[in-house]
Design a protein around this ligand. Structure first.
Ligand code: BTN
Length: 264
């Protein structure tokens, strides 16, 4: 117990998983790690594994985000989980897996009663009454050999002074309470279901879940240039398509630094 917050109960995670049809039951629980993604990748390097396994922790000391950012995981206040999945289990293209992980996690948040949306590729956002979006979670997918490690972070109970920026929020700050064990079980179940999705199934779901599509966006690309235009969709391979003054531009990786409703 730290700051009045209990540690994860591994038995409760298993009993929550037993309420679902999930076959992904190999889950290891730590009180403290540097990064669950780093630990999962180390495991993959040291063992021959063809199976799915998950690592979760109450606290990360060096949690990592996309684009070399840090991810804050104070003890007992959030979800920090990494799931190692053979890429062969997915029906979609490997480069689209981060978007499918987004669909799976976004669905969990909506089922809790949140007004959750995705910001491309897979930032987990909450839409406030002002139509402003605040970040509640994020996903870092890393490929390692024949596996992907899908790292999911969700702010469950972070207080205002624990949030990394003023553009972030947590479930408790929007008055939603959930046992972390139950949310972990639902994330695993939804991810397992997402492996089955074909592009005909996931593309329309992603389009309706994603606040970026249909908005004016400015994206900082890897090669230090920016592109501005209207996000009109995503490809089967996960790229964001932007209708810009350069014509249709596909973005594979980058940071959407502005999302405003389109005036078109
Ligand atoms: C982002 O929004 O930039 C992605 C954040 C991903 C955070 C999760 S928490 C579990 C896993 N372990 C990490 O070190 N990062 C991911």
């Amino acid at each position: 117990m730290k700051r009045g917050r209990p540690a994860l109960d591994p038995a409760l995670i298993l009993s929550e998983l037993a309420k679902t049809s999930s076959k992904w039951l190999d889950i290891e629980v730590f009180e403290q790690v540097d990064s669950t993604n780093d630990l999962a990748i180390a495991r993959l390097s040291n063992t021959i594994s063809n199976s799915v396994f998950a690592i979760t922790a109450d606290e990360q000391l060096k949690g990592r985000g996309r684009l070399q950012r840090e991810w804050q995981s104070p003890f007992g206040a959030g979800i920090a989980i990494s799931i190692a999945v053979p890429t062969s289990l997915f029906k979609c293209e490997v480069s689209a897996i981060p978007l499918l992980a987004g669909i799976a996690a976004n669905d969990c948040l909506n089922n809790l009663g949140a007004d959750a949306k995705l910001k491309w590729p897979n930032d987990l956002m909450i839409e406030l009454e002002s139509t402003e979006l605040k970040k509640i979670g994020g996903i870092l997918v890393q490929r390692h050999g024949d596996h992907v490690v899908i790292g999911i972070g969700i702010n469950v109970d972070l207080a205002v002074d624990e949030l990394p920026t003023e553009n972030a929020t947590s479930l408790s700050l929007i008055n939603l309470r959930v046992a972390r064990e139950s949310l972990i079980a639902k994330l695993l179940m939804n991810l397992e279901l997402a492996t089955e999705l074909t592009s005909e199934e996931w593309l329309p779901r992603y389009t309706s879940d994603c606040a970026t599509i249909g908005s004016n966006v400015t994206v900082a690309r890897k090669v230090e240039s920016i592109v501005t235009g209207i996000a009109v969709g995503v490809r089967e391979s996960g790229e964001l398509i932007i209708d810009s003054s350069e014509g249709l531009v596909e973005i594979t990786s980058g940071d959407v630094i502005q999302v405003r409703p389109s005036t078109k």
